[in-house]
Design a protein around this ligand. Structure first.
Ligand code: F6P
Length: 325
């Protein structure tokens, strides 16, 4: 196995708070181990278009607390093509990059897997997504911050919902995964969570409103995972039609959920995973995502990490019935 002298690092897909902490950790761990680091801008787009510059420890000073990603990010359509990946590979060779560290979500790690297979390039993934939907890791970078942001927003919505005795449908991120909706519902004391993986929430909504909410509780909060067809608007319209007596409002939290300074938890997670990613390369690991399981750093083959079936705990879903009494 040839020695890795230079690594490239990029962030890809939806940004997530803590990505900067991960870039910092990767850069410093690599330099500490005698490697050279190349920062690749705009994800795979930058690899294809040669937006690559050397990173020193100074490049990553004073960024651990910043949201977003100093490397910028993109969802690259071109990287999905054989020609795009070939151009990316040529640029890697041009800059002497021996291995890639990709910080991103499902789509980004799928891209890394394909690239690694096609060009025999060592790739290590870091789970960077607010959705928490990568398998083999308890947490993804950005999830904790996003959950806290949602909690803060819903607490505020609760004030006005209670004052006006309204039903609020709050839509949160998590296109295909309900972790944010489910756990923000528990954290905010929401009455119902509607998530893509399970229909319990939709049934709970009918039961809850059907039985007339509760006399002492004339408002309620329903958290809904975003969805092109069955998002917050869909459920709000349904309730308006079926129960015209209720005053219904919708609040779509949108991209504010992805911004902000990362929590201490996300900073620590990103730092430890970043160090773990460089160690993985030193140890000869290839094509794995670095994750955390029961407080231990783990290496998860890409193929397992990107499976779209990370389970939500059924007890958490069921607990909503009790907690919203
Ligand atoms: O993948 C993370 C995510 O935040 C999803 O929950 C959301 O559906 C999506 O990104 C939105 O991304 P964008 O608006 O940047 O395309």
């Amino acid at each position: 196995m040839s020695k890795i002298n230079t690594i490239g690092v990029l962030t890809s897909g939806g940004d997530a708070p803590g990505m900067n902490a991960a870039i910092r950790a990767v850069t410093r761990a690599a330099i500490a181990n005698g490697m050279k680091v190349m920062g690749i801008y705009r994800g795979y787009e930058g690899l294809i278009n040669d937006e690559i510059a050397e990173f020193t420890t100074e490049n990553v000073s004073n960024i651990i607390q910043r949201g977003g990603t100093i490397l910028k990010t993109a969802r690259s359509k071109e990287f999905m093509t054989v020609e795009g990946r070939e151009r990316a590979y040529q640029n890697m060779k041009k800059h002497g990059i021996d291995a890639l560290i990709v910080i991103g979500g499902n789509g980004s790690l799928s891209g890394a897997r394909e690239f690694a297979q096609e060009h025999d390039v060592p790739c290590i993934g870091l789970p960077g997504t607010v959705d928490n939907d990568l398998n083999g890791t308890d947490l993804t970078i950005g999830y904790d911050t996003c959950l806290n942001t949602i909690t803060e927003c819903v607490d505020k919505i609760r004030d006005t919902a209670t004052s006006h005795e309204r039903i609020f449908f709050v839509e949160v991120m998590g296109r295909d995964a309900g972790f944010l909706a489910q756990n923000s519902a528990i954290a905010t004391g929401a009455e119902v969570a509607i998530i893509p993986e399970d229909t319990t929430g939709a049934d709970q909504l009918d039961n809850f409103i059907g039985r007339g909410i509760r006399k002492s509780k004339k408002s309620c909060i329903v958290i809904v995972s975003e969805s092109p067809k069955c998002g917050a608007m869909y459920y709000a319209d349904r309730v308006k039609k079926d129960y015209p007596g209720y005053d219904v409002r919708v609040s779509i939290l949108g991209h504010l959920q992805r911004g902000g300074s990362p929590t201490a938890g996300d900073r620590i997670l990103a730092s430890m995973l970043g160090v773990g990613a460089v160690q993985a390369l030193i140890d000869g690991q290839r094509n794995v995502m670095v994750g955390v399981k029961n407080d231990e750093i783990v290496y998860v083959p890409f193929v397992n990490a990107i499976k779209s079936d990370k389970p939500l705990k059924k007890e958490y879903i069921d607990a909503m019935t009790v907690l919203s009494l």
